[in-house]
Design a protein around this ligand. Structure first.
Ligand code: ATP
Ligand code: ZN
Length: 223
């Protein structure tokens, strides 16, 4: 019996539709039951695990799933965090994908004078990406304090919780609507296809080797 390849994708969010569409375009078909965590492919011995995007890098790094589709921002944040606490943080990056494009940027309230990054010395910056933020500040010799939030980062300055934010931006509309101005891009991201670092069975590896050229074909056709 062939072993089933497992792929983790975001259950519901900005990457979900395009992750499924990519697999579908590669000929890997699923019929999704929204209430279920697992979906079995109707065309291949492949199972989908539908989880929060934040859980995807760890599932791959721990070898719980074989493949994952996740934003590079989340991937790199989780990698830094796991490295810091001594957890396994290895994975193989198979492909950078052409969806989920965004940037992680520092923004300040419109009325805050800001000329250079060092203006943030001694300030509080609200973010859901403390490791990416601190790495960037450290590389640039700025000492600012993290205010770690899991959401609603963009309202933190107005609520008096922080002087600036470090948040994901695609169009800038959310920042604008909250009276914030983007000042510094610290990380650019797209969705990535990653594989666990363990050696997989020949069957599973063969499926991945078959999938990759199809992904390349699908991406090329979209250009
Ligand atoms: P989950 O419930 O899975 O934790 P989430 O709210 O953390 O979802 P989404 O907002 O769906 O995540 O974003 C998922 C990913 O989509 C981001 O990590 C990022 O890689 C990408 N992305 C693309 N554009 C944006 C954007 N404008 N804002 C936020 N994320 C974006
Ligand atoms: Zn998330």
């Amino acid at each position: 019996m062939t072993e089933r390849l497992t792929i983790a994708i975001q259950k519901s969010g900005r990457l979900s539709k395009e992750s499924l569409a990519l697999l579908n375009a590669c000929g890997v078909k699923f019929s999704i039951n929204e209430a279920r965590l697992i979906a079995h492919s109707t065309s291949h011995p492949i199972d989908l695990l539908r989880v929060r995007d934040d859980d995807i890098p760890g599932l791959v790094m721990d070898g719980v799933v074989d493949l994952g589709l996740v934003g590079e921002n989340v991937l790199e944040e989780v990698r830094l965090e796991r490295e810091a606490v001594g957890d396994a943080a290895d994975y193989k990056n198979l492909r950078a994908l052409d969806f989920g494009g965004c940037r992680l940027s520092i923004a300040v309230p419109r009325e805050t004078p800001f000329n250079k990054l060092s203006d943030l010395n001694g300030k509080r910056i609200a973010s859901t990406y403390p490791y990416l933020l601190q790495r960037y500040l450290k590389e640039n010799g700025v000492a600012a304090k993290n205010v770690n939030l899991t959401g609603s980062v963009e309202v933190a300055p107005r609520a008096g919780l922080a002087d600036a934010v470090c948040d994901l931006v695609s169009t800038g509309a959310t920042l604008e609507a909250n009276g914030l101005e983007e000042k510094e891009v610290i990380f650019r991201s797209t969705a990535q296809l990653i594989q666990c670092n363990d050696t997989l069975s020949a069957d599973k590896q063969a499926m991945i080797d078959q999938l990759l050229p199809r992904i390349d074909g699908v991406q090329l056709a979209k250009e």
